[in-house]
Design a protein. Structure first.
Length: 302
């Protein structure tokens, strides 16, 4: 079994990763945001889940701090066996292909421009660091139990509205996206971190699901009514290539239409305590970069 450090353990992905890894027998540390210990002790295999989701549009400076600032300090100063940086398939917006080696279009003036650019800056830092065992996982739209509608997650909002009896969709029902069930993500992130042969992976289903399919399923499950404006915008995203996952591990995604999507988000819990024994501390005076790390870590976590 291995020792993991999950950064961003208070976010949706991180708070599910921690118990999943422990159930597999791994030792897991989940440092609180801003903990200076991440720069003074061995971290084992780092899963970098720090990031902003739906609120990135209103928190531009926090977005850059979370996606780039913390990562830079870790890559420069932390001790780890591997580091897996969670990026996003949003970076393929405007690209002609969606395989991991595709050239990407940078559109800083678009609504998602800063998000995409900061994620790509984080990816570039991973490649430029020169450190062994550093990889990138570009995640699709993750759905599963405990989704929080306040996070800006589209499906979480649709599920919440369906439970209340009426769904008001703001985009064309023909719009399509790639969705990935949380259970698949939890299975594959540790495998990529421990045995991945490549440096970048798309972690997606490779399938497209339309808003209309989600609406039909929600109506079947809840009997809700639905409505959308006649001029609702059409959002089309190209299918995400998952050849690399298939080639290495025979990737087969779970169905995303699952009743566990109706499981409500849990109430906020107390901070997670580390289960991995801390290494002896390195005697040193607090340095300026460490203080910067602590301050930047307050930006938020995925």
């Amino acid at each position: 079994m291995s020792g993991f450090t999950v950064l961003g353990a208070s976010g949706y992905i991180g708070r599910h990763l921690v118990p999943h890894l422990r159930a597999l027998g791994h030792s897991v540390s989940a440092p609180a945001r801003g903990a200076a210990e991440v720069l003074t002790r061995p971290l084992g295999h780092v899963l970098y889940c720090v990031g902003l989701t739906g609120d990135f549009r209103t928190r531009p400076f926090d977005t850059v701090a979370a996606h780039v600032g913390l990562l830079a300090e870790l890559l420069r100063r932390a001790r780890f066996d591997s580091l897996l940086y969670l990026s996003s398939t949003r970076v393929y917006q405007g690209a002609g292909r969606t395989d991991e080696d595709a050239p990407l279009a940078l559109l800083p003036g678009q609504p998602c421009g800063l998000y995409n650019l900061s994620k790509l800056c984080g990816e570039a830092l991973c490649h430029a660091s020169g450190r062994a065992g550093v990889r990138v996982a570009r995640l699709s739209n993750v759905v599963g139990p405990g989704m929080d509608a306040a996070s800006g997650n589209l499906l979480a909002s649709l599920v919440q509205q369906a439970r209340q009896g009426h769904v008001q969709l703001r985009s064309d029902p023909r719009s399509v996206k790639d969705y990935l069930h949380l259970a698949d993500l939890l299975d594959w992130l540790p495998q990529i971190a421990l045995t991945g042969r490549a440096t970048v992976y798309n972690v997606a289903s490779g399938l497209q699901t339309s808003h209309a399919q989600w609406l039909a399923w929600l109506q079947q499950r809840t009997g809700c009514t639905v409505h959308w404006p006649e001029d609702a915008p059409l959002q089309q995203f190209a299918p995400i290539a998952v050849h690399r996952l298939r080639a290495e591990w025979g990737w087969r995604p779970r169905p995303v239409f699952s009743d566990d999507l109706f499981v409500a988000a849990p109430a906020p819990a107390a901070p997670l305590a580390p289960s991995m024994p801390a290494a002896p501390s390195v005697p040193s005076e607090p340095s300026e970069p460490a203080a910067a790390f602590v301050g930047a870590a307050k930006a938020g976590s995925r």
